[in-house]
Design a protein around this ligand. Structure first.
Ligand SMILES: *Cc1c(COP(=O)(O)O)cnc(C)c1O
Length: 378
């Protein structure tokens, strides 16, 4: 019998105990003396920034990292008091968001540094900033060759305090390339230049997930950890290296919404991309590409039903996915479907879904739509 649901039964389960496990596992691996910044941008890669941050806060994480000031404000409103670094800097009109909420911005643009300094002065405050150096990512940061000039100009901004320096790796998952080593050299030179200008940043950080695991020399005084905190390692860590034990944090669930027999030769879904080659038992599941179950998985993915794999047949549409349950023992309306996760020892990893789509697991978890309820355990 279908239990009475008051909401569409499609949900992402977020296992906060596994998040805590990963945090401690990573901490032990990189060394207790290295601070850990938990990157919770993009709603904690889809896992729920507030709930994840609160749990990590309780576990002892040192810093939080967000992409934009608005995400930092959300954490502050939820009661997070730990330091927050805004990795992407800020827009010219966002000075008050930063200063009033004590969010530390990455800084790399002198005009915005001047504006922030001026804004801090009107509030009678000295504001902490972290200088972001571009050593080869090519996205944001003071171009490393211009470090001296930037440091010189910062000396004229007394209401900014240089609390940290950072850079970001472009290819730390590639052990065959020496580019990460080159980025580290460039960064080290930039830090030296800042020191010669009289700055004494307390935090020196470079490493993202693959950097922290694969390049011990890159750990500096702090590592900035996103993906592996959420247990997403298989597609961002280099193969064959020693690594901390990680557990997946998100699983994705739904239920059979409709069940029917289909005769041999009938087609299913938009574009009639699937034609039954025998009489079949077909189930319709209330999840679609708006929920982040990507259309490119049409006729390619499988889900778990009663512990067994059932193939996705036909096109995934905006709200619905069709699966073939002919070989599943006793399927019924209301049976739980696992789209990402484990059932009876069989499992489907976000990394495997990502590979089928042609992307990385981060894009899968952060693409799980807002319509999908997050249910937190632990
Ligand atoms: C997103 C991000 C990180 C975290 O990267 P992961 O691979 O998820 O660990 C670290 N630093 C910066 C600047 C980032 O933008």
């Amino acid at each position: 019998m279908l239990e009475i649901e008051s909401q569409r039964p499609t949900w992402a389960k977020i296992d906060l105990n596994n998040l805590a496990f990963n945090y401690h596992s990573i901490r032990k691996f990189v060394g207790e003396s290295v601070k850990q910044m938990a990157i919770v941008k993009a709603n904690a890669y889809g896992h729920g920034a507030i709930e994840c941050a609160k749990r990590l806060d309780a576990e002892g994480v040192d810093w939080f990292g967000v992409a934009i000031p608005e995400e930092g404000v959300q954490l502050r409103m939820a009661g997070v008091r730990k330091p927050i670094l805004c990795l992407g800097g800020f827009w010219p009109g966002q000075g008050s968001l930063l200063v009033d909420n004590e969010i530390t911005p990455a800084i790399f643009d002198i005009d915005r540094a001047i504006a922030l300094d001026g804004f801090a002065r009107t509030r009678g405050k000295i504001v902490d900033v972290h200088v972001k150096i571009d050593t080869g990512m090519g996205r944001l940061g003071v171009p490393f060759r211009e470090t001296g000039e930037f440091a010189e100009r910062l000396r004229a901004l007394p209401n900014l305090r240089i609390d940290g320096m950072m850079t970001h790796f472009a290819a730390a998952d590639d052990l065959k390339s020496d580019f990460t080593a080159e980025q580290m050299r460039r960064f080290s030179d930039s830090v030296d230049i800042f020191c010669r200008h009289g700055f004494r940043p307390s935090h020196i950080d470079m490493a993202n997930s693959p950097g922290a695991i694969a390049f011990p020399e890159s750990r500096g005084s702090m590592v900035r950890i996103g993906g592996i905190l959420y247990g997403l390692g298989e597609d961002v860590l280099p193969k064959g290296i020693e690594r901390p034990e990680l557990r997946p944090v998100m699983s994705l669930h739904s239920r059979i919404g409709f069940l029917k027999r289909v005769a041999k030769g009938e087609s299913l879904g938009y574009g009639r991309t699937y034609v039954a080659d025998a009489d079949a038992l077909i189930a319709t599941v209330p999840i679609g590409y708006h929920d982040g179950y990507r259309r490119s998985l049409s006729n390619r993915a499988a889900v778990l039903v009663n512990g067994e794999y059932a193939p996705v047949v036909g096109r995934i549409s905006m709200d619905w996915t069709i699966i073939d349950v002919t070989n599943i023992p006793n399927p019924a309306v209301g049976d739980e479907i696992i789209l990402i996760g484990e059932q009876n020892g069989n499992h489907i990893a976000a990394e495997a879904i990502a590979e089928a789509v042609g992307t990385i697991s981060y894009e899968i978890t952060c693409g799980i739509g807002e319509r999908v309820r997050r249910i937190y355990t632990g």
